[in-house]
Design a protein around this ligand. Sequence first.
Ligand code: NAP
Length: 253
Amino acid sequence: MAMDTETPVILITGGSRGVGAATARLAAAKGYDVAISYASNEHAALAVVDDITGTGRRAIAVRADNGDPDQVAALFAEIDRRFGRLDVLVNNAGIIARQSRLEDVDFQRMQRIFAVNAIGPMLCAQQATRRMSSRYGGNGGVVINVSSASARLGSPNEYVDYAASKGALETFSTGFAKEVARDGIRVACVRPGHIYTEMHASGGEPGRVDRVKDTIPMGRGGQPEEVAAAILWLASKEASFITNTFLDVTGGK
Ligand code: NAP
């Protein structure tokens, strides 16, 4: 089959569930071919791929641990092989761990949270830069980093390690945006607030959004599709003069 070189290609890390899956589906509806990565839930990843290919767009799912440089490199090599281009990277993959006070957070957990949430996006951005940057003959592109309102709020008594990893991601986002601004790459950061996804179950409280929703000025949690819409607007040509910016999708929190 001849390679389609016209259609823009988007990579969404952690695209099998939650915000990433909603972003993948909306991206396909907006005309992108889509690559997603995932950690272990192949069934969910393939369901996203099926939904997208059912609409006539191309999609691939690649199992790639965001915290492992070799797997990240293999992910981008697979995109080269299957699509031959990359226009947008959404650094969405992220993890929390069980709600705890700092005293109960062990070193391995801290390392893992930072490896996936803060170092992984830098590894992916490094790979994307080599493909997008005009310095290397690329046509430019967009990198969207998915942070969290927790970078501002700190997540006390729940996961300060997670919040700190998102703070690191945000500082990276600023520096990287400035570094590549003249190389055709725009960089923006989206900060979701409390969103209805399965992430809260991995913190030990599946119903967390409903518990905290009265603390949100709009009085409700957000849907993954509402975050996806912000991500894809920032990635679009409508946002052509926007870089090094942060967009909260929090219902006002
Ligand atoms: P989610 O529903 O738990 O989904 C997480 C996704 O990331 C899944 O596709 C998962 O793959 C993938 N993933 C997990 N670990 C990975 C790894 N090591 N390597 C690659 N992929 C990995 O999470 P979500 O709520 O959609 O969160 C998406 C992003 O939004 C995260 O960065 C999160 O920090 C941020 N965020 C979420 C909220 C919220 O309230 N939900 C609030 C603020 C910020 P598998 O399916 O294989 O497990």
